[in-house]
Ligand binder design. Structure first.
Ligand code: KIV
Length: 264
């Protein structure tokens, strides 16, 4: 059965954990969907893992619409959440609504995600008023890397933890249906989860969040440029792929491929 934002609320109420993985293309989306993952995030992490840009900052609306449409074609049941790229929602509420609308209308996503707490609450409310579900993202917000001064754990002091809780409350009050919490102490993840009515989806925010999200290439062991502590490799697909490519190379060079059964 198709997962909706109401399913998310129900899962939190019933204490059932929510699974979310990123995907950026049709084939991967199909595999993730067939595995029964609840939600697919078309993350702007595609800037790192698909486009080799080194950060999410240069990712464009065009990139996001293109990849979202491919994922939507592969997802039958999972809720598809599309990331709003840097500078596509910060300028004004009107800009935020217009670009969120593109991800829904042109990309076919079910919901959008944007980074920010208290300062983005009005923009979230405007998007929600336009009947577009919003997932917020607080804690370590990779689009703000230049302001944050690097990929650092957030909410480590009492003041910083209080600010995160205020951010979480603000996005909930603005109408967000869920909130991603990235790279914060597990105790802060637990406290926000307990305080909010909406589900929390953690990535490096401890085991008590209502759900967990990982970047596909990280959890498959395909991406080595940078591996945060919160990543668990559920497979060594990178090693498997490299081995298959080596074998192909050898077979082409020694004439073992193509064999008669591959010929017309
Ligand atoms: O872009 C992304 O993949 C994300 C996750 C890290 C939550 O925002």
């Amino acid at each position: 059965m198709a997962v909706t934002v109401s399913t998310f609320q129900k899962m939190k109420a019933e204490g059932r954990k929510i699974s979310m993985l990123t995907a950026y293309d049709y084939t991967t989306a199909r595999l993730v969907d067939e595995a029964g993952i609840d939600a697919i995030l078309v993350g702007d992490s595609l800037g790192n893992v698909m486009l080799g840009l080194g950060s999410t900052v240069p990712v464009t609306m065009q990139d996001m619409v293109h990849h979202t449409a491919a994922v939507v074609r592969g997802a039958q049941n999972a809720l598809v959440v599309a990331d709003m790229p840097f500078m596509s929602y910060e300028v004004s509420a009107a800009q935020a609504v217009e670009n969120a609308g593109r991800l829904i209308k042109e990309g076919g996503a079910n919901a959008v995600k944007l980074e920010g707490g208290v300062p983005m609450a009005d923009h979230i409310a405007a998007i929600v008023a336009a009947k577009i579900p919003v997932c917020a993202h607080i804690g370590l917000t990779p689009q703000g890397i230049n302001a944050l001064g690097g990929f650092k754990v957030q909410g480590k002091t009492d003041d910083a933890a209080e600010q995160l809780i205020a951010d979480a409350r603000a996005v909930q009050d603005a109408g967000a249906f869920a909130v991603v919490i990235e790279a914060v102490p597990a105790a802060v993840g637990a406290r926000i989860t307990e305080e909010l009515r909406i589900p929390t989806i953690g990535i490096g925010a401890g085991p008590d969040c209502d759900g967990q999200v990982l970047v596909n290439q990280d959890m498959l062991g395909m991406f080595d440029d940078f591996t945060p502590k919160f990543v668990r490799r559920f497979a060594e697909a990178g090693a498997l792929m490299r081995q298959a490519y080596r074998e192909f190379d050898e077979c082409v060079k020694d004439g073992a491929f193509p064999a008669p059964e591959h010929c017309y």
